[in-house]
Design a binder for this molecule. Sequence first.
Ligand code: AMP
Ligand code: MN
Ligand code: MN
Ligand code: MN
Length: 281
Amino acid sequence: MAIEYDLHSHSTASDGTLAPAELVQQAHAAGVQVLALTDHDTTDGIAAACTTAETLGLQLVPGVEVSVSWQSQTVHVLGLSVDPHCSALQSGLQRLQAARDWRAAEIGRRLHKAGIPGAFDGASALARGRIVSRTHFARHLAEQGHARNVREVFKRYLVHGKPGHVSGEWASLEEALDWIRQAGGLAVIAHPARYRMTASKLRRLIGEFRELGGPGLEVVSGSHTPDNIHTMAALARTEGLLASRGSDYHGPENPWVKLGSMAELPVGCTPVWESEAWPVH
Ligand code: AMP
Ligand code: MN
Ligand code: MN
Ligand code: MN
């Protein structure tokens, strides 16, 4: 039987709602045998996740989801099987964490101007780890009744053109790939269909990513429709990229993304997992 693997997930170290140990327990209970913990811009959850994974016999892949600014857009690049002790990776992530802190304060100031005081404190209180994300603002604003749910908050307050939107100043694509390479990891463009790029812009992104040595594209993602999966599988094949598969699980509050029940990679894809490029440490 094929190994059940999930190469994209979040814990309370970033904007997930399960602590690393709980996440690993839930994944194991859902039949996942290999799980990558890929928190936004931090590896802080990995040690705890590894400890629990060992007791359960689950293989934990240490990972990270690096925020990248590319052509005035935010793009996410997964580093899979990275060494969390790599100093180049950690100093890069520290810079992104500082940029996040600045952005969170600025989001707070802008929401205050828009008539919503206290959002920075509210979001910071919900963030249990080092990372303050827009998700924490969204949860806080939803709790305060500014919208019916988190999605609605994003739409009304946090996306481009809305009062609480602040562009992040993240890593360049080159920096992200350099940090991941130095940490011995494998780079994957996360949820490519989410960026709503034209086909030619997405091919340009992939072209640059490949020139910088990037090998993988996330074909199956919790945020991809069956149609997206089909399109991205074809793109991975024509562009010569390895295909990755991950739920992007953030916790049980998102009932439409589940652990251990993802679609298979379409026939013809070369999976990153267990490919020759997969890092063995
Ligand atoms: P940040 O990295 O702080 O800008 O926050 C981005 C995170 O917000 C993503 O990783 C998602 O977890 C979440 N997110 C982004 N857009 C939406 C949306 N429209 N609805 C719900 N969650 C979203
Ligand atoms: Mn997230
Ligand atoms: Mn992402
Ligand atoms: Mn993610």
